[in-house]
Design a protein around this ligand. Structure first.
Ligand code: ADP
Ligand code: 5GP
Length: 215
């Protein structure tokens, strides 16, 4: 595992249906040393979801106990259900990976950004509200009241775009994937992440006889 200065904290948020889960999956296939943070939630699993893979599915009582015990790094109520990131997810990623990928809403993004100064946040936008509704309905995972609630909440979520460092418009999936992968590559090249490496090389160069520098 690389030094702590290279650990990347990446937050991805979007209105429901914009394609965040799809893009996060593609990103994970391309950037394999990022660990996906598996949240806890009180919502019911979708047919394709497996407990412990997409989420840890818990009931209200268990979630409440975790809140009381201070076991969440962040948590929020989203679309009427509770969602949270356990500290243990973050600790595990720090021990075993070179970065962590959070798929969380803007309330969670705000909490993580307050704790992790160098966290990088990306907001995924649909090309239009009509397309957002088409995708959400096309996914076929929500009943009508939940679909309406999620679409209504999209306005509130888009209103918080100012919390994010980057915006990726998910029009064409391949293009959006390139954009988000590019963000990770660029963020990993930030000078601040390589200060130790630069200083170590400088120290070696001072010790070694590498000839005289140009005047
Ligand atoms: P979110 O996680 O943001 O709620 P999903 O990743 O589940 O959204 O995507 C919602 C639906 O839209 C899925 O059926 C997905 O296959 C589809 N989708 C995602 N991105 C695109 C895209 N660029 N073009 C067309 N359909 C897309
Ligand atoms: P879904 O029910 O569609 O999987 O997720 C609904 C929303 O909850 C999405 O915006 C998703 O990013 C957000 N979410 C998922 N896990 C967490 C979490 O641990 N914390 C917060 N704050 N939001 C989460």
């Amino acid at each position: 595992m690389a030094g702590a200065e290279e650990f990347l904290t990446l937050i991805v948020s979007s209105p429901s249906g914009a394609g965040k889960t799809t893009l996060c999956e593609r990103l994970r296939r391309r950037v394999t040393d990022l660990r996906f943070s598996v949240s806890h939630t009180t919502r019911t699993p979708r047919p394709s979801e497996v407990d412990g893979r997409e989420y840890h599915f818990v009931d209200d009582a268990a979630f409440g106990e975790m809140v009381s015990a201070g076991r969440f790094a962040e948590w929020a109520v989203v679309h009427g259900r509770s969602y949270g990131t356990a500290h243990s997810e973050v600790d595990h990623a720090r021990r075993t990976a070179n970065g962590i990928l959070f798929d969380i809403d803007f309330q969670g993004a705000r909490q993580i950004k307050a704790r992790v100064m160098d966290a990088v946040s990306v907001f995924i936008l649909p090309p239009s509200l009509t397309e957002l509704e088409r995708r959400l309905r096309g996914r076929g995972t929500e009943d009508e009241p939940t679909t309406r609630r999620r679409l209504a909440n999209a306005k509130r979520e888009i209103a918080h775009y100012g919390l994010f460092d980057y915006v990726v418009v998910n029009d064409d999936l391949d293009r959006a994937e390139e954009r988000i992968v590019s963000i990770v590559i660029a963020e990993r090249c930030r000078r601040a992440r390589h200060a130790d490496r630069c200083e170590a090389l400088l120290a070696r160069a001072r010790e070694a006889t590498l000839g005289e520098p140009d005047a």
